[in-house]
Design a binder for this molecule. Structure first.
Ligand code: NIG
Ligand code: FE
Length: 432
């Protein structure tokens, strides 16, 4: 058996060899499919997955220690503590949802009526609703209430195959409430099995007390909240909503510049509705990701390709807003690494169903199943700074895996609306 890190194939299982302490064996894998390597995949590589049929995976504690060769049946199993039968199903890395607004209070189903009367997303926000409506409810909610609502969501999300997700603040918009949200994320990270990557998004909207004073609000975020967030390690990244009627490019540059100075990672909601220069700034500042990009233009595409920024595309939001879909084929053609995520939030995508987002990836972005798998595993893992630990099935990586009630990725992209996750394994432990 080969034990060296990076060596994918083991020719046989010799579990009696000294030094090998086997624990969990996943057997009867019909197809193992995974991107390879700990870097973001762009261009042609976005669509390259490794596929091994009729194989197995061996896990010790929380780490993958061996993977079978094709058509390989493990023998000599006496040291295995536990066997998990994949029943001939597909096994992929645990999915990574790279963009969510997981913590909030108050769904906004009332907006349906306004939308049916013709109000747009920004009309509702400008009238003091939308994000600001959720801000009112989130400010009123206790940390415990926020925790309980998010914990319930996490349980369902994990059972559907997501083992890592990003979570943003941004419905507090003042010191106490932003910190309250980030502390809830911290507690969820400690107490649930989900790995949560926290993002400070104080610049999500201008709160009523700063109406007409967006510059002053940005200064307050940069000088009062962000240093505290950094000092108490409450966030790994900072994000801003760069959009007409919200924050302009200059304000975004100031906010992200401060984040960079403090050593925090960068993201930006860019070109969701209008292309005002957010994606261009993303490339120039080499942000880890730029989000949405529905209206990205030539300048933005060029800048992102040059800066190596990951395009975090959110087709569930396009679907729910009845908007255009981001030009993903063009992005792949131009060597921009693409990730796809849910954007789970109470306004523009009240669904955390990443499997549905994968179907939209195929239907609306015209991505291949291989490109989609890369877009929900290693590419978002890179955008979250976790590429060395997760995002692929390789010896030495965390045993975050999903066994699907499906023979292949095609089935997963095709049967929208049905949860096909049969067994989810997080750091070597079964979730369901
Ligand atoms: O990514 N556009 C800004 N933020 C979220 C929506 C938040 C909300 O409407 O509550 C988004 O779409
Ligand atoms: Fe978002």
């Amino acid at each position: 058996m080969y034990q060296r890190e990076g060596n994918l194939y083991a020719d046989s299982l010799n579990l009696n060899k000294e030094g090998i302490m086997s624990k969990v064996l996943i057997k009867n894998i019909g197809r193992l499919q995974t991107p390879m390597g700990s870097y973001s995949h762009k261009g042609k590589e976005q669509g390259e997955n490794n596929k091994i049929d009729n194989t197995w995976i061996l896990i010790q504690d929380d780490v993958i220690i061996a993977i079978g060769a094709e058509n390989n049946v493990p023998t000599n199993l006496q040291d295995v503590d536990k066997e998990i039968d994949a029943f001939g199903g597909l096994v992929t890395p645990g999915l990574v949802d790279g963009h969510t607004h997981l913590i909030f209070s108050g769904f906004r189903q009332n907006e349906i009526v306004m939308k049916l009367k013709g109000a747009s997303y920004l009309d509702i926000l400008r009238a003091g609703g939308g994000i600001l409506d959720t801000v009112r409810h989130t400010r009123e909610a206790s940390a415990k209430e926020l925790y309980i609502q998010a914990e319930e969501a996490i349980t369902e999300i994990m059972c559907s195959g997501v083992t890592t997700m990003e979570a943003k603040s941004g419905y507090g918009l003042d010191f106490d409430n932003e910190i309250k949200m980030l502390n809830v994320i911290k507690e969820l990270n400690e107490k649930t099995k989900m790995t949560l990557v926290p993002t400070f998004m104080g610049a999500h909207a201008v709160p009523p007390e700063y109406a007409g004073k967006a510059d002053e609000f940005i200064e307050m975020l940069c000088e009062e909240i962000m240093p505290y967030v950094k000092e108490h390690e409450l966030a790994k990244y900072c994000d801003i909503f760069c959009e007409n009627s919200v924050f302009n490019v200059k304000q975004s540059e100031r906010y992200l510049g401060k984040a960079k100075e403090l050593g925090l990672g960068l993201r930006i909601h860019a070109d969701e509705i209008d292309a005002i220069g957010g994606s261009k700034l993303a490339g120039e500042m080499k942000t880890a990701s730029a989000e949405h990009l529905i209206s990205i233009n030539e300048e933005g595409l060029e800048s992102m390709a040059k800066g190596g920024t990951t395009a975090m595309c959110l087709p569930g939001t396009s679907f729910y807003l009845g908007a255009k879909f981001a030009p993903v084929r063009e992005m792949i053609k131009r060597n921009i690494p693409v990730a796809i995520a849910t954007d789970y939030n109470p306004g523009s995508c009240p669904s955390f169903n990443l499997q549905f987002v994968m179907t939209l990836g195929y239907l609306k972005y015209r991505m291949t199943p291989e490109e989609i798998l890369t877009a929900v595993t290693i590419n978002p893992a890179c955008a979250l700074g976790l590429e060395k630990e997760i995002g692929t099935i390789e010896v030495g990586k965390k045993a975050d895996l999903v066994i699907w009630d499906a023979p292949d990725m095609e089935m997963l992209c095709y049967r929208f609306g049905t949860d096909l996750a049969m067994n989810v394994i997080k750091e070597g432990e079964e979730i369901e």
